[in-house]
Design a protein around this ligand. Sequence first.
Ligand SMILES: [Mg+2]
Length: 313
Amino acid sequence: MTGRIPHLSSPGAFTVRKRDGNTARSRLGLVIRAILFDLDETLFDHRRAVAHAATRWTDSVCPGHELLLEAPALWLDLEDKHVPAWQAGECSFAEQRRRRLREFCRRLGLPQPADPDAAFAAFLTHYESAWAAFPDVHETLAALADLDEPPALGVLTNGAPDQQEAKLSRLGLLDRMEVVLTPDALGAFKPDAECYRKAAAKLGLAPEEVLMVGDNLVLDAAAPAQAGMTGVWLDRYRAEPCPRSPSITRITTLRELPGVLDALNSPRPWPWTPGATTGTTAGATAGGTIGAAAFAADLRMAGRGELALVPVS
Ligand SMILES: [Mg+2]
C-alpha cells in the first residue's frame, strides 16, 4: 500500500510504501547503537572562536579598523567560499587558507601579508585561544553514557584530522570518542554517501544502526538519512525561515538527544499512526510542526525496511 503521511506532505516530500514487515532487516530489530557527531558548530563553538580570532587579528594588523565588527562574518563567508576548493581536490589545505586570507585582506582594505602562511599562523593563535565546547555538550554526553545501553560515540567531520583531533583533545572530548573520522581516513567528504557507509563500517555497524547529528542540514542530516542512517539536524540558531525537510529530525540543543534516542529505540507496533507519537519533540518548523519522535519513528521504520521513503516526483 502506498500513501502520503499527512505531516510529511510538503513539496518534495515522500510517499510512504509499506513493505512486507517480515523482512530480514526488521527481524534483526535494529536499534541505534552509535551516534556520530559533526564537530564544528555541533560540539565545538567555531563561530565564537572565529569571532575572537578575526577581530583580534584584524586589530593587530590595523588597530581600530572601521570594519572590525564585520570581520567575523566575512571570515565565515570566505570559509564557505574557499574550503570547497580543497575538498574538491583543486588545491591543498594550505592553499585554501592562503586564498581565504588574501581575499579577507582585500575585502577589508588591509595590506596583503608578505608571508600568508605566517599571517595565517598568527590568526590560528587567536583562534586556538578561544576554542570551547558548546555548553550542552558535556552534560549530553554524560546523559548518554548513563543510559542502560549507552551508544558508541564518534565524530565525523570534513575537517583536517590533526586540527580536529586537537580541538577534541582541548575540549576534553577525545577520550569519549571511539572514532574520529575525517575524509583522510574515509576517502570521501560529507555528503558523499560513501562517507557515511564507511563511517558506519568503521564502527562495525550497519548505517541503520547509526545516528548522525550536526548543524548542517544537508551534510549531517539529509545525506546521512539517504545513506541509511538516522539524520538529526541541530538547528542551534533556529533558522528563519526554517526549511522543511521530511526526512530528518530537528533539534535545537543536544540536550534533546537522549530523548530522541529513546524514541528511536522504543519498540513500536505496526500499524502505527504517524504524527500520533507523544514525548520528545523537536519543535516547530515554519511550515508546520514536526515531532522529533514521530519523525524518528518514520526513519527507523524506513531503516528497518518496514517503510520505503520514495521521493515524490
Ligand atoms: Mg558543522
